[in-house]
Ligand binder design. Structure first.
Ligand code: 4NP
Length: 158
């Protein structure tokens, strides 16, 4: 059975689509991509249907990573579909946890901050780069790459 992983941020146009693309990129390199179903979503709905922010797509492209997904909003079915839901910051985590209360059944998905997998144990949140400068996008990608290396290590041990 495929392992299903959903990355979640606020708008689904910066952090979570980048995390999705980095995870897929690293899984492809390891020839593990067929063992996973990977997606991303936002807690908000403002950007539904849009490609990721061009600044984030450009920063990722400079690392050889293509972000192709279009934004969607997280929905209650996601808690039954995915094994792992990984949030970018505490606000996303609180929002996702509040949705669990609306479920008729238990959440099948385990909900965790992505940075729980990072070697940088002092960091809790992937900062929102949307209103910042260009440098912020690269910093976000650096954080995501390290955490996703940790995620893959953890999944391979499982
Ligand atoms: P993201 O960044 O949550 O990483 O996709 C944001 C994108 C858009 C907005 C906020 C955060 N916004 O307010 O439109």
């Amino acid at each position: 059975m495929k392992k299903r992983v959903l990355f979640v941020c606020l708008g689904n146009i910066c952090r979570s689509p980048a995390a999705e693309a980095i995870f897929i990129h690293k899984l492809e390199k390891l020839k593990l991509v067929d063992e996973f179903e990977v997606d991303s979503a936002g807690t908000g709905n403002w950007h539904v249907g849009k490609l990721a922010d061009s600044r984030m797509r450009c920063a990722a492209e400079n690392r050889g990573i293509s972000i192709k997904s279009r934004a969607r909003q997280i929905c209650l079915e996601d808690f039954n579909k995915f094994d792992l839901i990984l949030t970018m910051d505490n606000e996303n985590l609180m929002h996702v946890k509040s949705l669990i209360k609306e479920l008729d059944t238990r959440s099948k998905a385990q909900v965790k901050p992505l940075l729980a997998y990072s070697i940088h144990k002092d960091l809790i949140d992937v900062p929102d780069p949307y209103y910042g400068g260009e440098k912020g996008f690269d910093q976000v990608l650096d954080l995501l790459e390290v955490a996703i290396d940790g995620l893959i290590k953890d999944i391979k041990v499982d």
